[in-house]
Design a protein around this ligand. Structure first.
Ligand code: NAD
Length: 296
């Protein structure tokens, strides 16, 4: 068997095109705006932020980058977030992670207004997702993973999904999202014993552990769907957490790295920002709205 490629680059480009036409048909003077807070000088973070801005620019979405020194204190960073929460022109707020070690990311992410939390990292949105509430803002990477799985056309209900990794930004929310799709979910992590045997039982594998080429052919059941979230550099070349060459001979569908989950993450961030903007607009238009912008 040779796996069909789940082409995230192509799907993401289609989604961005759709968003672009939706934005251009919005009423005059209304442009969704994403605010990105970048703290410190992390080179990888700078590249990620630049890519997000470029993608926003291309679809006619505003993107304001707020660069802050790594020495900034937690309170000053919180103040910046409160200002953005109160700014009616800003529709989405994200804080590029990781933050410097003296700042507690949970304090910061919890301060973002849940309506503007377009990364879905505020525990309120994570909680809504856990409660299977439709109005949760779902983190971009898990949302992108689900879109790619849907792209395969395979019914997800009842499938056994094995997620490798339990981080708050990928493994955990992806597991919840798949559970909400009626998958039977096994969450595995660095303390899991007999990982290959567990992965071998999976109909769907989501590898999100940051271990280059960890998942081998003999870990994968014939016909499984394999989503590779990992972004690793080996000998200056990008690779995922799945040994792509080996595994694509047994999987039914597989995502490449690069060109799989990565571009979908950016597209989903833009989609979340667009949807948040529309929700906020209808909130402010609501005649009973009591927020301070509508009352002033
Ligand atoms: P993380 O370091 O926060 O978490 C890694 C998780 O993997 C942990 O839960 C850990 O227990 C588990 N793990 C580590 N080694 C393991 C092993 N040998 N066996 C089983 N589990 C193991 O990382 P993260 O932020 O969740 O990111 C994971 C990977 O996904 C990284 O390569 C990251 O660069 C990539 N990533 C990609 C995107 C994207 O858009 N494509 C987005 C976010 C993260």
């Amino acid at each position: 068997m040779t796996a069909t490629i789940l082409d995230g680059k192509k799907l993401a480009s289609e989604i961005r095109k759709e968003l672009s036409s939706k934005i251009s048909s919005l009423s005059e003077g209304f442009t969704p705006i994403l605010a990105v807070i970048l703290v410190g000088e992390n080179e990888a973070s700078k590249i990620y932020v630049r890519n997000k801005k470029k993608a926003a620019d291309e679809i006619g979405m505003g993107c304001e980058i707020i660069e802050l020194a790594s020495s900034i204190g937690e309170n000053a960073l919180l103040e910046t977030i409160y200002e953005l929460n109160d700014n009616p022109h800003i529709n989405g707020i994200i804080v590029q992670l990781p933050l410097p070690p003296h700042i507690n990311p949970l304090h910061i992410l919890s301060a973002i207004s849940p309506l503007k939390d377009v990364d879905g990292f505020n525990p309120y949105n994570a909680g809504l997702l856990a409660c299977k509430e439709d109005n949760a803002i779902i983190s971009a990477t898990p949302k992108g993973i689900l879109r790619l799985l849907k792209q395969s056309g395979v019914e997800l209900s009842g499938k056994h999904a094995v997620v490798i990794g339990r981080s708050n930004i990928v493994g955990r929310p992806t597991s919840t999202l798949l559970l909400n799709q009626d998958c039977t979910v096994s969450i595995t992590h660095s303390h899991t014993q007999n990982l290959p045997e567990i992965v071998k039982q999976a109909d769907i594998i989501v590898a999100a552990c940051g271990c280059p080429n960890l998942v081998k052919k003999d870990w994968v059941k014939e016909g499984a769907i394999v989503i590779d979230v990992g972004i690793n550099k080996v000998d200056n070349k990008l690779c995922g957490d799945v040994d792509f060459t080996e595994v694509s001979s047994v999987a039914s569908f597989i995502t490449p790295v690069p060109g799989g989950v990565g571009p979908m993450t950016v597209a989903m961030l833009l989609e979340n920002t667009f949807e948040a903007a529309i929700k906020q607009q209808s909130h402010h238009q609501h005649q009973h709205c009591k927020c301070k912008h509508c009352q002033s």
